[in-house]
Write a protein that binds this ligand. Structure first.
Ligand SMILES: [Zn+2]
Length: 67
């Protein structure tokens, strides 16, 4: 598990729970990821970096609640 104490600050960005369109796998991704985020199961691209918030290629299953 990620240490959520480190991501409580809004300036740092949040994690989003997304669902892969291809295989249905759900995983957490960082909303300000600086690299392409791929599905851990099927390697489908889930999000691409933009310099700010990622460009999501799939649906958000649910936002991770902020602490
Ligand atoms: Zn997948």
């Amino acid at each position: 598990m990620l240490d959520i104490n480190l991501v409580g600050d809004k300036m740092v960005g949040r994690f989003l729970r997304v669902k892969c369109d291809k295989c249905g796998n759900e995983q957490n991704i960082y909303e300000k990821a600086s690299i392409i985020v791929r599905c851990l199961v099927c390697n489908e691209v889930l999000a691409e970096p933009t310099g700010g918030k990622v460009n999501l290629k799939v649906k958000v299953a649910q936002p991770i609640p902020e602490i």
